[in-house]
Design a protein around this ligand. Structure first.
Ligand SMILES: [Mg+2]
Length: 301
């Protein structure tokens, strides 16, 4: 597959209107583009390199769609910048990559707006910029949490960390490996009433909740016994601090938490920030709290 053929196939994923059929020097900004995000995946840093091309393409769009979900925005359009070593990214690889892009576009309601494809003298660098539509909703910011509000998470945490461990061990046929390679952005939660602040879990539940606390000027107390785990029999500290999860951690005003969707859990409460205290305080499971606090990097929370 030549580069020209590759771009021809990308045209199948295109919104002809603003993208102008990928035939012009630039695209028009789509009318409903209110929220924009971008994320880059680098071989050796964010992925190993021997993953199926379709999975890499899917994850590239999924992690960006997850950032839009965290902002209460529905993905509409994508720009792609792909730097591919020609020696490895042959015709079959490129065809697989297009398949994965197509699956993600269909799953997340995305259309391609444009982009750029180059060679790469070293590894793969895959970057996507997504535009999203608030559809009349207010954006969810990280800065909206207030003392007294509930802290909630959208489903069990840890599947990303467990999946990475599986993939690194060469085991790719587990549900955790599938979650790691093809995360599901929680677009089904868009418009959830009562949400006051939100982030998607890319760095780990505790780290991303700390981001909300820092932005809001508050602290949080998490009841570790209430945190749902992807593998309840596994290493709880690793799952609670593991990244690549793409669940949402969010705060809700008191009184609206009763309306939590079935797979979401209330795991703690926002409290006033206090000088010299961590932004995220852990209760409920002292042994697990000690393991989390002993992990390198926890102190910066
Ligand atoms: Mg994010």
């Amino acid at each position: 597959m030549s580069e020209f053929d590759f771009i021809c196939d990308l045209r199948l994923l295109t919104d002809l209107d603003p993208a102008l059929g990928l035939a012009d020097d630039a695209a028009l900004v789509p009318a409903q583009a209110e929220v924009v995000c971008t994320d880059t995946l680098v071989e050796g840093l964010h992925f190993i390199g021997d993953e199926p091309a379709a999975d890499l393409a899917f994850k590239l769009l999924a992690v960006n769609a997850s950032d839009l979900a965290a902002m209460n925005a529905r993905p509409t359009h994508a720009l792609l910048n792909l730097s591919l070593p020609g020696t490895r990214c042959d015709a079959a690889w490129r065809a697989g990559f297009i398949d994965g892009l197509g699956e993600a576009c269909a799953a997340f309601g995305l259309q391609l707006l444009g982009g750029d494809t180059t060679g790469s003298p070293a590894g793969l660098v895959l970057s996507a910029t997504l535009f999203g539509d608030l559809e009349g909703r207010a954006p969810w910011r990280r800065a909206g949490a207030e003392a007294g509000q509930r802290v909630c998470v959208s489903g069990p945490v840890g599947a990303g960390a467990l999946g990475l461990a599986d993939v690194q061990a060469g085991v790719t046929d587990t549900a955790f490996a599938a979650h790691y390679r093809r995360p599901t952005p929680r677009l089904d939660l868009l418009g959830l009433p009562g949400v006051t602040a939100c982030a998607d879990i890319s760095d780990g539940l505790i780290a991303d909740l700390a981001h909300i606390c820092r932005a809001s000027g508050v602290a949080a107390e998490v009841d570790l016994s209430a945190v749902p785990l992807a593998n309840p029999a596994g290493d709880a500290a690793a799952q609670i601090t593991g990244g690549d999860d793409y669940r949402l951690v969010f705060t809700m005003a008191e009184g609206t938490a009763a309306a939590l969707p079935a797979d979401c859990s209330a795991i703690g409460r926002i409290i006033p920030a206090a000088q010299g205290q961590p932004l995220v305080r852990l209760s409920g499971e002292p042994a697990i709290a000690a393991q989390i606090e002993a992990r390198a990097g926890y102190t910066h929370f």
